[in-house]
Design a protein around this ligand. Structure first.
Ligand code: SF4
Length: 258
């Protein structure tokens, strides 16, 4: 298996995926530090260094995030190097919406995109933990592709798999996701002593998707080392079987992300 991921700078990729096409990645997190609202048991970036329930503000931040200008310069250079992109996606080694100026960063990237590669869509891959907070949400709403994590439909499984910061609860997240238009749900299915692939955890997850009614759901499995050694990979056959089951029970399109 490949090593854990930690990006050395702002830009990475581009990588090609079936859904996004050729996508350039933007990492807004500090170099060498994984800052996130979750500490998922399966996270390919390893253990969370700083577990936060709200974005850093300008005064209170203890960690150095890249400035809006630095992100603008990095994206400008990358868009002149990598041609014919389909997407530019905020993701990286942590939660991009924790950046203290996330809405301004998204706006700057969209301006650069409009100038150099107007065909590329600007997207965000988020834990969804901060969607009730104004600044993270404003940035998410500016993105044209909104991919939100949902690994559980019940609080106990959510706490056991995503291990969120202290004040983060699942029910308000599900309620808010249900109010957001045009979102994509991404779900990592795992097996082991804690699992979300069968029984009551799976039923609760299906029920939550039925409440949220996203554009579609992407189910995927781990393919890298995990911080917790007990996490078991779900087979390709099981992913496809669960995708069919969720789609049949909710009417929401469900794809297996390979
Ligand atoms: S939300 Fe993403 S970056 Fe954060 S711990 Fe989970 S998998 Fe890792």
């Amino acid at each position: 298996m490949p090593a854990l991921i930690m990006y050395p700078g702002i830009m990475y990729g581009p990588v090609r995926s079936r859904r996004l096409g050729l996508s350039l990645g933007i990492n807004l997190l500090p170099v060498g530090r994984k800052v996130c609202s979750f500490n998922c048991v399966y996270c390919e970036c390893g253990d969370t260094t700083e577990l936060l329930d709200q974005a850093y503000d300008e005064q209170g931040r203890r960690t150095t995030f890249p400035s809006v200008e630095a992100v603008r310069d990095a994206v400008t250079e990358a868009l002149q190097t990598h041609l014919a992109l389909d997407a530019i996606t905020f993701a990286g080694h942590g939660e991009p919406t924790l950046h203290p100026r996330f809405p301004e960063v998204v706006q700057a990237v969209k301006e650069v995109r409009d100038h150099w590669q107007p065909q590329a869509r600007v997207g965000v891959l988020s834990s969804a933990a901060l969607i009730m907070r104004p600044r993270p949400r404003a940035g998410i709403d500016l993105c044209e592709l909104r991919m939100m994590k949902l690994d559980a439909g019940d609080e106990e499984t959510f706490q056991a798999i995503d291990r969120p910061a202290d004040n983060i609860r699942l029910a308000p997240i599900i309620a808010e996701l249900a109010r957001m238009p045009n979102i994509i749900i991404q779900t990592c299915l795992i097996d082991g002593p804690v699992q979300n692939v069968r029984g009551a955890p799976w039923s609760a997850l299906v029920q939550a998707v039925g409440v949220i009614r996203p554009q579609y759901v992407q189910l995927y499995a781990i393919d890298r080392p995990t911080p917790e050694p007990w996490v078991q990979k779900v087979s390709r056959e099981t992913l496809h079987e669960r995708a069919s089951d969720m789609q049949a029970r909710t009417g929401v399109p469900v794809e297996v992300y390979e």
